[in-house]
Design a binder for this molecule. Structure first.
Ligand SMILES: O=C(O)C(=O)C[C@H](O)[C@@H](O)CO
Length: 255
């Protein structure tokens, strides 16, 4: 048995835009609905959503039926949780608020087996189809993708060094945190935040890596894609349900 090709990684290496959807509702049912929408990737969020290891694995299981790469955002750079999520079958990870190249190198090491990494070895787990994927441990790196989030001024200043770290595939801007940390809470379109975002994009592209961002407003997403961001999240299950239910009820409250 062969490991599935990581189509998100392949698209980004080919400089092809990959559209994604954020899954915040922590439900296998809603993630199954999102996975069937035809997006290139989805993100199971365990930084700001009430997910635990079991709910993450349940969502990875339902997403596996679709040609949509299911990435997991871990809550922090903790190597223990990274190991558990990877054993559970996640091979595309997003890690919040990476500030330095050393921190990025530590995350890369957490994802890799020795030599070169520190990921604990287990013979059989969901990631290797319970021992059915031949040579999984030797080849695991090939299908892994690491997106590190740039969410503060230190990360922006170090973007070129972070992008140069082998094993880092994507610098993914967190516009909410970045704008907040730059004194413009909730306003990522503030000129000084946009300048920071543009500098992250330039540093990332110069290193030959992919740049990503969350852009739930259509105009923002279109602009970022035109600028050269290729891993772009264009909405979330939570946002779709909240705005959709608001609009539906509002139709019946008018006049
Ligand atoms: O800083 C950001 O923006 C992000 O990283 C995304 C947020 O965590 C959030 O909007 C996801 O629901």
């Amino acid at each position: 048995m062969q490991e599935r090709v990581n189509l998100l990684k392949q698209a980004l290496q080919d400089n092809t835009a990959a559209i994604g959807l954020w899954c915040s509702l922590s439900s296998a049912l809603t993630t199954e609905i999102v996975a069937g929408a035809g997006a290139d990737w989805l993100l199971i969020d365990s930084e700001h959503s009430p997910n635990d290891l079991r709910s993450i694995v349940a969502q990875l299981q339902v997403a596996a039926a679709f040609p949509c790469e299911a990435a997991v955002r871990v809550p922090s750079d903790d190597p223990v949780f990274i190991k558990q999520v990877m054993d559970g079958g996640a091979r595309s990870l997003m890690v919040p608020n990476i500030r330095t190249a050393d921190q990025a190198r530590a995350v890369v090491a957490a994802m890799a087996y020795a030599p070169g990494g520190i990921r604990g070895f287990s013979v059989g787990h969901r990631a290797n189809a319970f021992g059915r994927i031949a040579n999984y441990h030797a080849n695991a790196r090939a299908q892994q993708l690491l997106a590190v989030q740039i969410e503060c001024e230190t990360g922006v200043a170090n973007a070129a060094e972070i992008a140069a770290v082998p094993g880092v595939d994507v610098l993914f801007v967190g516009p909410g945190d970045l704008s907040t940390n730059m004194g413009a809470m909730g306003s990522p379109n503030a000129p000084h935040v946009q300048a920071a975002i543009a500098s992250v994009l330039a540093a990332t592209r110069a290193a030959g890596k992919a740049a990503g961002i969350l852009a739930p407003q259509r105009a923002d997403a279109d602009r970022y894609l035109a600028d050269g961001f290729t891993m772009v999240a264009v909405g979330s299950d939570l946002g779709l349900l909240a705005r959709g239910s608001d609009q539906l009820v509002a139709q019946f409250r008018k006049g």
